[in-house]
Write a protein that binds this ligand. Sequence first.
Ligand SMILES: [Zn+2]
Length: 91
Amino acid sequence: MPELKPESIADFFRKKSPSLRCPVCAEDSWSYNDDSAPDSTIITDIPTSQDRSGALVAGNSTVPIVLIVCDNCGFIRLHSLMMLNKMISGG
Ligand SMILES: [Zn+2]
């Protein structure tokens, strides 16, 4: 899976939704990285409750997500890493 840089993600959302505002505080300033690692996108895994057969199974697998944080109030947006990779990198 190609690596997504914070600036690539920020550019994508500026084009996709130029006036995107935080639903909590209405500011439009978002962080696409961690201050301690400015070149790295904040990525984590969240557990899913569905296995490949479609059965609901607790803790069976995870989905990688990108965290985007409001600079003003800390509200966190979650986006699918796989979907962003497809739309940004074509991968
Ligand atoms: Zn906010």
